[in-house]
Design a protein around this ligand. Structure first.
Ligand SMILES: Cc1cc2nc3c(=O)[nH]c(=O)nc-3n(C[C@H](O)[C@H](O)[C@H](O)COP(=O)(O)OP(=O)(O)OC[C@H]3O[C@@H](n4cnc5c(N)ncnc54)[C@H](O)[C@@H]3O)c2cc1C
Length: 504
């Protein structure tokens, strides 16, 4: 019996999202797609996007990629979380770890016991001291998690920091090997079916017409197919996330190659620091309503720790998303579908989620509206939850030293976020979701890290004897310290595991 017809899938764009999508489709649905990717080297890619979330490991694994090989080629480093400096107030520093607080196994989350002891006046160290991932990161050490769930060293995950300009070419080689076709050229026209309004073909500058059944818009901020041709409206979230520009500038690595990304608050936004094997990525994400491009470039140049490797490069963006990511027979993935600023490294994650949802809901030649609606529902949820999480970082501050921080501190936030904050403030409760990226420990890290401390705690935390609890905490802290001390230094581990390929 003949299987279902192969869909002619046309991807416009060869950045991170275009090649991630291409590689995943040809690898995971080889009998269902014939894939053609169009990209324009003259237009180029955005060239940022170097910090990821742990989910990326699932992507790498599904594609059958050997982690060490991938990291060597992309000159990658490990990432245990994100360090936030100067956010809640000047001088603060906390880590949002990809791991639990405590051992993360009990019915009652660890922070409830921590809150209880504090409420009783005990001298308890900061919450971060009870996170293995945080302490590993602070010590600049790294080893893969232990596979034994009973071991302390199993209580964390990790992600990668890699060279954005090397990631897509790495995936391109895989995708082309598996049969993806690539055409170099600039798309100048989108041709639509007169009756259905679906996209029928695209025309390139040289006159070539490329037909397809399903079109994937990975054209970046321009959103050539979904935004421009299909006119899908853009929902603007600038009032909650006022950062709308960035200036990027890589530098030589002068200080430690940390196994974490840093997000350092600045007068009108924040600055990233992403250490790779061969350089450190830096950028200042700022709100143009509160500072000028010149001032931002000056501030970044002044702040970077090593010799600059390029001039400051300006980037512009808008926070928000297209009302629907999938309309007609066109799906936008990546920046073409929307953008939430890179504070929690969520863009590549969103690309991955869109690819996963697309594969799970992969259409027949005739797109079913039900599949399309479900896809859009899933993507909307992801965007909305990430949006709230990002806003929390800005809003939960006592900073009043610049107009920018005053604005975000006092702005009205979405009801969905006010409710979450209130739940945590009252009794340390974290809203639980079935879908969405950030789990309890992430929210707890940011709440506590930015000064939202619970006034109460889970009543079940009262069952334990206070002295026993205190001894348990001291033992855990000692175990964390001694386990961390046995782990290799981050760079030494990289040298052994995935030092950059000589030919790269
Ligand atoms: C300041 C900043 C920092 C970021 N940091 C992070 C981070 O740390 N972590 C993270 O996950 N994400 C980050 N991102 C987001 C990340 O960079 C993107 O999600 C990722 O690179 C995917 O981009 P893309 O492939 O959608 O778009 P692009 O890289 O812009 O690619 C668009 C592609 O479309 C092609 N194209 C466009 N028009 C045409 C045309 N007419 N014809 C043919 N081809 C065309 C281009 O040539 C290119 O190949 C950041 C973004 C910004 C702005």
């Amino acid at each position: 019996m003949a299987g279902p017809e192969r869909l002619r899938v046309v991807i416009v764009g060869g950045g991170t999202s275009g090649w991630m999508t291409a590689a995943a489709l040809v690898r995971l649905l080889p009998r269902r797609v014939s894939l053609h990717l169009i990209e324009s080297e003259a237009i180029g890619v955005i060239g940022v996007g170097e910090a990821t979330l742990p989910h990326i490991r699932g992507f790498v694994e599904k594609l059958g990629i050997r982690e060490a090989d991938f990291m060597a080629w992309t000159r990658g480093t490990f990432k245990l979380g994100i360090e936030f400096r100067d956010w809640g107030k000047l001088g603060d520093s906390y880590i949002h770890p990809f791991g639990t607080f405590g051992r993360g196994k009990g019915e009652v989350d660890f922070h409830h016991y921590w809150t209880r002891l504090r409420a009783e006046g005990a001298d308890v160290p900061p919450l971060e001291h009870f996170s293995y991932a945080c302490m590993l990161a602070r010590a600049n050490r790294f080893d893969l998690p232990d596979a034994d769930p009973d071991k302390l060293a199993s209580t964390f995950g990790y992600a990668y920091q890699f060279d954005a300009l090397l990631f897509a070419p790495y995936l391109r080689a895989i995708a082309e090997d598996l049969g993806a076709r690539r055409t170099e050229g600039r798309v100048v026209e989108v041709l639509r079916d007169g009756r259905s309004g679906d996209i029928a073909a695209i025309r390139l500058e040289d006159g070539q017409v490329i037909e397809g059944d399903l079109f994937i818009d990975c054209s970046g901020f321009r959103s050539l197919l979904l935004g421009e041709a299909l006119e899908e409206p853009f929902e603007d979230w600038n009032h909650w996330l006022p950062a709308d520009r960035a200036v990027a500038m890589p530098c030589r690595t002068q200080t430690a190659v940390t196994p974490y990304t840093s997000a350092i608050a600045m007068p009108a936004g924040w600055r990233w620091r992403i250490p790779l094997q061969h350089r450190t990525g830096n950028g200042y994400v700022y709100a143009s309503a509160f500072t000028s491009d010149e001032e931002a470039a000056r501030a970044l140049t002044h702040a970077v720790e090593g010799a600059p490797l390029a001039d400051p490069r300006p980037l512009r963006f808008r926070a928000g998303r297209r009302r629907r990511s999938w309309s007609h027979n066109c799906i936008a993935i990546g920046l073409a579908s929307g953008f939430l600023e890179p504070l929690e490294s969520t863009s590549i994650y969103l690309v991955q989620q869109a690819i996963t949802a697309l594969i799970e809901l992969f259409p027949e030649k005739q797109v079913s509206p039900v599949d399309r609606d479900e896809f859009n529902r899933l993507i909307d949820l992801e965007y909305d939850r990430i949006r709230d999480f990002l806003i929390l970082h800005y809003h939960a501050t006592t900073r009043d030293d610049t107009a920018f921080w005053n604005y975000v501190r006092t702005m009205t936030v979405p009801d969905s976020l006010s409710e979450k904050i209130e739940l945590f403030r009252r009794a340390g409760r974290v809203v639980k979701y079935r879908e969405g990226v950030f789990l309890d420990a992430s929210w707890i890290a940011v709440y506590v890290g930015q000064g939202i401390l619970p006034q109460g705690y889970d009543p079940r935390a009262d069952q334990a004897d206070g002295a026993v609890l205190m001894r348990g905490m001291q033992a855990l802290q000692a175990e964390i310290t001694s386990t961390v001390a046995r782990v290799p230094e981050h760079l030494r581990y990289i040298d052994r595991y995935c030092a950059m390929a000589a030919a790269a």
